[in-house]
Design a binder for this molecule. Structure first.
Ligand code: SF4
Length: 371
């Protein structure tokens, strides 16, 4: 008997992340499962209830602060290299969730990383940044209870990065990120500055902070937790906590949407017609013929259309469960019909979102201090 080869897991914030088995992350990377905490969360979000958020580090500390009405923060951000897509939508919703549950919210426009990782000049990333902030506001982020900033303009973040650079060696950076050009190491230190910014005296001092991210960002958390410990005497930092969401499948059925292939994703700024076409052309877990599908059912586990409902487009958990067990696996719906239903829901959402977003462009410019 031949054993199966071990599943391949690669977590790389600057490259390709491959997760073949989320369960293995608990043993191999020390990430804690999210599910056992669900009962302690008074009003869990859809992503929490449905297992889209599957792991965390030290979230208990944040939950205790929430329960006892103590100060805590949420911190995350976006690399301004393109319009909002379904991955950045996920993170934004998580930030807004914690803001609406009492957190001071910090949202970073990671334009230094956009430059170092993607070579996008600051003038160009600024255009995306305005749109990204308008998206965030349209989704419900309250700027009165939050702080939105650009890395390249935030001196306090850069000052922290300079100090942190004395706390790491090249060997540590290589161990975490592999062999990279120095700019990426610099941008990782700046991200550590972002994550610990909410704990500076100007923002009320040390406090539990949750960083909701995709699992590909975990190396930044590991580095930052280490730095928080090393610099505890000077700053009294509380080690940051994190939550991890799964990566939504690409529309071609690949494990992750890829910027390099626009047919694997859609953005919230594309026209409903273009989005509809992409959904119609999407891979599914369907059977070759309608007759077989009705008889044998289809496979939602490999289907990006199912992921779209699960992550974003079904509001009610009952509808997700019904699609998975009854409609899809039970062969009660054909993929063509299912896609048409999704197109109707996505079109309605995107039209409404784009309408709201237009109203927030001026506010976004004001926040980012651009003309
Ligand atoms: S019925 Fe829907 S969820 Fe099931 S495989 Fe087809 S498109 Fe995917």
């Amino acid at each position: 008997m031949v054993d199966d080869p071990p599943a391949k897991t690669v977590i790389d914030p600057f490259g390709t992340t491959v997760i073949e088995d989320y369960e293995r992350l608990y043993q191999e990377f020390g990430i804690q499962p999210f599910k056992p905490l669900l009962d302690q969360i008074p009003d869990p979000s859809a992503a929490m209830r449905r297992g889209v958020i599957f792991g965390h580090r030290d979230l208990e500390r944040v939950l205790t602060a929430m329960k006892n009405d103590q100060e805590f923060a949420v911190m995350s951000g976006i690399k301004p290299t393109m319009e909002f897509h379904l991955g950045t939508l996920q993170t934004a919703r998580e930030v807004i969730y914690f803001q609406q549950h009492g957190a001071k919210a910090f949202y970073c426009i990671a334009d230094v990383e956009a430059y170092e990782d993607n070579g996008i000049p600051f003038e160009r990333s600024q255009k995306y940044a305005v749109g990204n902030v308008a998206d965030l506001l349209a989704l419900g982020f309250d700027p009165q209870k939050g702080f939105i900033y650009q890395q390249s303009k935030e001196t306090r973040v850069k000052d922290l990065a300079i100090r942190f650079s004395r706390g790491v060696t090249l060997a540590t950076m290589k161990a975490i990120y592999g062999e990279r050009h120095m700019g990426l190491y610099l941008s990782a230190l700046i991200q550590a500055g972002d994550i610990l910014l909410p704990q500076l005296e100007e923002f009320g001092g040390p406090k539990p902070t949750v960083v909701p991210v995709g699992i590909d960002q975990d190396p930044h958390l590991r580095l930052t937790r280490d730095l928080a410990f090393k610099f505890r005497r000077k700053y009294n930092f509380v080690p940051p906590s994190s939550t991890y969401h799964k990566l939504i499948k690409g529309l071609d059925g690949s494990p992750k949407m890829s910027k390099r292939n626009p047919m694997t994703y859609f953005t919230l700024q594309e026209s409903p017609e273009v989005i509809s076409k992409k959904i119609l052309m999407s891979f599914t877990g369907g059977r070759p013929t309608a007759e077989e599908q009705r008889r044998l059912g289809a496979n939602p586990d490999i289907c990006p259309i199912y992921d779209l409902y699960l992550f974003h487009f079904f509001e009610r958990d009952e509808d997700v469960a019904k699609l998975y067990d009854y409609e899809c696996k039970g062969g009660k719906i054909l993929c063509g019909e299912d896609k048409q239903r999704l197109i109707r829901i996505v079109t309605e959402f995107v039209k409404e979102h784009q309408r709201k977003r237009r109203q927030y462009i001026d506010k976004a410019k004001e926040i980012l201090n651009v003309e």
